[in-house]
Write a protein that binds this ligand. Structure first.
Ligand code: NAG
Ligand code: NAG
Ligand code: NAG
Ligand code: NAG
Length: 485
């Protein structure tokens, strides 16, 4: 059934492209016709789960793609997406990437589009700087994160698109980040490093069942977007690689991150919403975020960071069933004077931690400003932060909670938490300044500013009972078939 639609695709391309492509596709079409006449062999035939199935499909090899690890496929990807764009309002299209090593620079996706990686497909990020177009800084950041001015477009980039799926049978996207990390360390970057996947101003996004390795910087960055499903992603980067955050929802609404396994040089999940005066004036929060069944190894950073760029606000984050191994901190709030914005209605439960520097960390003096124009009166509101049902072992210090003088972090609730200490723990287990809240059934005993409710007044910190709209998104079973000679 899909093969017929593929030949249609091939038919229509002749209208659009020049003689060369016409010829390539004519050959392809004759092959398919011959195959259909005789007995054909089905090589690729698989099912996958997706928010939407597609009526049309093509393979990167139809567009001159070569999976030898050294031929550049940037043009093939750009041509393929340009071609498949015509099906946006005709059932959408899937671009299949077969087994092989597909070297490519940055390319853009389109709407009603699926990029599907075979399990043995590797997208290898190009090391040629000319294959990375420059794009404007994010309006909510005012500048690039590494350098003022523009930034390199992400390997897979999309803006103002809807219904985009990037998935596969755990196929790999290899950012080959070493070159970028060296440039970063040697201060040779004139522009901000690219991410592996970035979607801006977009709606209905699925990123699932992929292996992302060695990103030049952040791995997955949905921004100014909504209705985002991120599932079954394995992310790995050296634990000393700079800024290789796992998943960074940034000014996004209604996002679900689940069943991900992340080892990285920075925060496993970093929730963001813009930077100082730029983020404040853009004013777009990250809200309605679910994170569940996350495994994280991040020796120098947090399992879940809220901030530091949080100037548009962060609200209604629900995290549960999280496993942390050898990480610096569990949940960390990072903010400072000048950020403005808010972090409120945060609910975390079911957290298991092994080998940590701090189980809980709140930082009110994070610093790091885009420029000196930030407003020293822009103080953030940190409120209604709930942590419960947690166990941790081999912990150096239970909590380091530092609010802002004159701007305390309030309504903090911690309940049913048992922290076992490392062989050489810190003398003071709870260091609290400018924070206020309550605690119940927590060991070791919290600081006085989180007054213990006592054995007769045990409480359970809140966790919402209702469901978020993203919890109700259902996946369909889609199928793909492709025959070869
Ligand atoms: C992708 O889209 C952006 C924004 O429209 C554009 O600046 C960039 O050049 C495009 N990339 C490619 C490879 O065409
Ligand atoms: C993309 O969407 C944003 C926000 O709605 C809008 O400001 C911008 O002009 C759009 N860009 C394009 C290329 O349509
Ligand atoms: C993909 O990886 C996940 C997690 O490691 C695993 O459970 C799943 O079986 C893998 N799927 C395929 C198709 O290899
Ligand atoms: C306390 O937390 C543990 C997990 O750490 C959980 O199994 C247990 O049910 C919780 N107890 C209550 C009373 O909620």
């Amino acid at each position: 059934m899909h093969i017929k639609e593929s030949s249609l695709t091939i038919f229509e391309v002749q209208k659009m492209v020049g003689i060369l492509f016409g010829l390539i596709f004519l050959v392809g079409m004759m092959n398919i016709r011959e195959v259909e006449g005789r007995k054909s062999r089905v090589i690729d035939n698989f099912e996958y789960s997706a928010i939407n199935c597609r009526s049309h499909s093509a393979s990167i090899t139809d567009f001159g793609g070569v999976g030898d690890g050294s031929t550049s496929n940037t043009k093939a990807f750009i041509t393929a997406v340009d071609h498949l764009r015509q099906f946006e309002s005709d059932g959408g299209a899937l671009l299949f990437v077969p087994a092989g090593k597909w070297l490519t620079g940055s390319f853009n996706v389109t709407s009603h589009f699926t990029l599907y990686l075979h399990k043995d497909a590797v997208l290898l990020a190009s090391q040629d700087m000319n294959e990375w177009p420059l794009i404007d800084p994010l309006p909510s950041y005012g500048r690039g994160r590494d350098a003022p001015g523009g930034r390199y477009a992400s390997l897979i980039f999309g803006t103002n698109v809807t219904d985009v799926i990037i998935t596969g049978e755990n196929g790999t996207i290899d950012g080959q980040g070493e070159m970028w990390w060296q440039k970063f360390h040697h201060k040779q970057l004139k522009h901000t490093r690219p991410y592996l996947i970035e979607l801006m101003y977009s709606d209905s996004i699925q990123i699932s069942h992929l292996t992302l390795i060695n990103s030049p910087s952040w791995n997955v960055h949905p921004t100014y977007s909504s209705n985002i499903l991120i599932q079954g992603i394995t992310i790995s980067a050296p634990v000393n690689s700079p800024n290789t955050d796992g998943i960074n929802p940034d000014s996004c609404t209604n996002t679900r991150i689940e069943d991900c396994y992340i080892v990285s040089g920075d925060d496993c999940v970093a929730v963001k919403s813009g930077w100082d005066e730029y983020g404040i004036s853009y004013g777009m929060p990250t809200q309605q975020l679910v994170i569940r069944r996350l495994t994280c190894i991040s020796p120098t950073s947090a399992v879940i960071a809220l901030g530091s760029e949080m100037s548009g606000g962060i609200q209604d984050v629900r995290a549960e069933d999280i496993l942390a191994i050898n990480s610096e901190s569990g949940v960390r709030i990072k903010t400072g004077v000048g950020r403005g914005g808010f972090v409120k209605d945060i609910y975390v439960k079911g957290f298991t931690m092994h080998t940590m520097k701090w189980a809980f960390w709140m930082t009110g003096n994070y610093g790091s400003h885009p420029d000196d124009k930030y407003d020293p009166k822009a103080i953030p509101t940190i409120q209604n932060i709930n942590y419960r049902d947690m166990v941790a072992d081999d912990v150096k210090m239970a909590a380091r909670l530092e609010g802002i003088s004159g701007d305390p972090f309030t309504e903090i609730c911690i309940s049913n938490v048992t922290i076992s200490l490392a062989a050489k723990p810190k003398k003071v287990q709870w260091a609290c300044t400018d924070v206020a809240g309550i605690s119940s059934d927590v060991t070791p005993k919290p600081c006085d500013s989180l007054a213990d409710q006592g054995p007769d007044h045990k409480i359970q910190c809140q966790f919402p009972e209702d469901r978020l709209p993203i919890d109700d998104v259902e996946l369909q079973t889609c199928s793909y078939k492709r025959r070869y000679l």
